[in-house]
Design a protein around this ligand. Structure first.
Ligand code: MF3
Ligand code: CO
Ligand code: CO
Length: 267
């Protein structure tokens, strides 16, 4: 397997820029997430921002035929929800907005959960645990660590909470293309021999279900739902492996490095 890594500071600067822009879309859209707005409208607001303010392009639009600019996955939708003017948000919904953009030949990819009003206790716990599992994986990243350790940490933490990890989708290398090697699994396997190296850039994006792990794809060919209709959550960051740890390329202003790396004490 050929895994790219970056040593040229100019390339790394471009990766940082596109990562920051991706994160800024999630920050910008926050105030529009209200009962009554449609996911189609949220998509258009994001796309206008990406094009007109960021002078970038959505990487999702047209990707393998995907028809919209961001993925919006509500409640039991696990991922790849297609924004629609008919899908209006209701009080208590939880949703993931997944933003992937390209600028100057480099890609960034990130997602987070949003609440419409106040979520119920289970929904809130599901989102919190999913985000923490991502942070736990981020905490152990440094050169020399095996990639499979990330999946191990995520799975152990999530399953201890009696939630389940979706197996069908994984994180991925990213940089000059949207999806590249390696695959970043969110559960343990015995066949992942990749050792992390400084300069590697990849995403981690655990999808966690409140019920069973099984999912199915709807007739539209994209929308993935939990089979048992339980809620699902996902958080995604793009990270760069550094000499002594990692840099979160898609860090948002509501996230602080010291709080994220404090999750080390849970390990
Ligand atoms: N952003 C997704 C990921 O994290 C991929 C979405 S592909 C799309 O890898 F076509 F559905 F947008
Ligand atoms: Co991704
Ligand atoms: Co994504």
């Amino acid at each position: 397997m050929n895994i790219s890594y970056f040593t040229d500071l100019n390339d790394i600067k471009k990766i940082r820029t596109v990562g920051k822009l991706s994160a800024e879309v999630l920050e910008f859209i926050q105030c529009y997430v209200k009962p009554g707005i449609s996911t189609g409208k949220l998509n258009n607001i994001c796309n206008n921002y990406i094009i007109n303010k960021q002078h970038a392009l959505s990487a999702s639009l047209g990707y393998q035929g995907f028809p919209k600019s961001v993925c919006i996955s509500v409640n039991d939708v696990v991922c790849h929800g297609i924004p629609s003017n008919k899908k209006k948000l209701k009080f208590g919904d939880i949703l993931n907005i997944d933003v992937a953009i390209v600028k100057d030949g480099f890609y960034g990819d990130t997602s987070k959960m949003f609440y419409v009003g106040t979520p119920n206790i289970l929904a809130k716990r599901l989102c919190d645990i999913t985000q923490k599992s991502l942070y736990l994986a981020i905490c152990i990243i440094k050169p020399g660590v095996r990639l499979r350790e990330l999946g191990k940490v995520i799975q152990k933490f999530v399953e201890a909470e009696k939630f389940s990890i979706v197996r069908e989708y994984c994180g991925h290398g990213i940089g000059r293309s949207f999806h590249e090697d390696p695959q970043v699994l969110h559960y343990d396997t015995d066949d992942n021999g990749i050792v992390l190296k400084s300069g590697m850039v990849f995403t981690i994006e655990p999808m966690v279900n409140a019920g069973k792990c099984h999912v199915h794809v709807m007739k539209d060919g994209w929308t993935v739902k939990t089979k048992d209709h339980s809620l699902s959550a996902q958080y995604e960051h793009t990270v760069l492996v550094t000499e002594c740890g990692c840099e979160i390329i898609t860090l948002r202003s509501d996230e602080k490095y010291n709080e994220i790396f404090n999750h080390r004490i849970l390990l």
